[in-house]
Design a protein around this ligand. Structure first.
Ligand code: FES
Ligand code: FES
Length: 183
């Protein structure tokens, strides 16, 4: 079996590894690099548990060969929290809305949701269901997942008008900035 040396960026860390021609990205991430957020469910592009961001797209990492990702940038769910460990708002809302039970599907759900909200920040429930149709959950019945995505969209929404915070509370706007050229 031929092997290949590849370099990629995972969660903003550059890594080098040697992979077999047949190694799937999900196995390289989990078994070689220790990123176990992406889960192995069906290994045939049906369940979405292995979804990661690959160069900005939500991709099922069981459908990609690791060697194909040479030079690419990958983000797994481990990279969604900020550097202080503060969860991403989507993760917080999946927790708050009980959008998970066993949690096996959740990394893929969260990743697909992130991609959805980046392109459509205010999706309808129908659009949420359509976006998540490639992510199978056998526990939640999806209702709470859709609730979680709606809540995440609200949490991520910018203030509707200047001077209004995302929470709806007014914020003070400073208006006494000095004018250039005037004392
Ligand atoms: S493990 Fe990749 S889609 Fe199921
Ligand atoms: S929470 Fe168990 S499969 Fe979705």
């Amino acid at each position: 079996m031929a092997t290949h040396d590849i370099e990629l960026t995972v969660n903003e860390t550059e890594v080098e590894l040697t992979v077999d021609s047949r190694t799937l990205l999900v196995h390289a991430l989990r078994d070689e690099l220790g990123y176990t957020g992406p889960k192995v469910g069906c290994e045939s592009s049906k369940c979405g548990a292995c979804t990661v961001e690959l160069d900005g797209d939500a991709v099922k990492s069981c459908t990609v060969l690791a060697v194909q990702t040479d030079g690419a940038s990958v983000q797994t769910v481990e990279g969604f929290a900020d550097e202080d460990g503060e969860l991403h708002p989507i993760q917080e809302q999946f927790s708050a809305e009980h959008g998970l039970q066993c949690g096996y599907c959740t990394p893929g759900m969260v990743t697909t949701t992130k991609h959805l909200l980046e392109s459509n920040p205010d999706p309808s429930r129908e659009e949420i269901r359509k976006a998540l149709k490639g992510n199978i959950c056998r526990c939640t019945g999806y209702q709470n997942v859709v609730d979680a995505v709606e809540s995440a969209a609200a949490a991520l929404a910018p203030a509707e008008s200047e001077g209004e915070s995302a929470s709806g509370d007014d914020v003070d706007l400073r208006t006494d900035y000095p004018t250039p050229g005037e004392d």
